[in-house]
Write a protein that binds this ligand. Structure first.
Ligand code: HEM
Length: 136
């Protein structure tokens, strides 16, 4: 059997935190319509409970992302890898910004645009992370 290395721990923490951030948004989006129908008063506390889980997961994604940056020798990577990495980081930052807009925005437009783009950008960051893994 293979033994875990520091790289295993680094990538495991990055991917599990990213999974909570990305997957949690879809789970919440799937659960909220049912909550609104059967227990409308629970919608807000459930969303707040999710936020208490999602933001620490996002923070772990960013911190382990920086750890990844230090571990990967970007200077010798191909320019395609470097470009993919830059776009991926931009999507990750945008997903955080849009989810914050969704959470703290006061207009219906901010809620809708923030929620939809937050999830889309998070999925794009995930997809590009997999491209980094398979492409270098
Ligand atoms: C929404 C946020 C994010 C998601 C969903 C995400 C997802 C992923 C995934 C799935 C991988 C592939 C891991 C593997 O090799 O199997 C990855 C790799 C990577 N991520 Fe992220 N990530 C996010 C944020 C960030 C941030 C903010 C940074 C930098 C500050 C970053 C830097 C990296 C780097 C450098 C790698 C390559 C690691 C390696 O090959 O050893 N990520 N990411």
């Amino acid at each position: 059997m293979l033994s875990p290395t520091t790289a295993t721990i680094r990538i495991f923490l990055h991917v599990i935190a990213a999974s909570i951030w990305v997957g949690g948004q879809f789970t919440l989006a799937g659960v909220v319509p049912a909550l609104r129908r059967s227990a409308p008063a629970a919608t807000k506390p459930v969303a707040q409970a999710f936020a208490r889980l999602a933001w620490p997961a996002f923070a772990v994604t960013v911190v382990t992302g920086m750890w990844n940056l230090m571990a990967v020798d970007i200077t010798t990577a191909s320019s395609a890898y470097q470009a993919t990495l830059m776009v991926k980081i931009a999507f990750a930052i945008a997903s955080g910004a849009f989810v914050a807009l969704h959470q703290f925005g006061r207009t219906k437009l901010a809620l809708a645009v923030g929620g939809a783009l937050g999830a889309l950008c998070a999925v794009a960051a995930m997809f590009m992370g997999i491209m980094l893994h398979t492409g270098n």
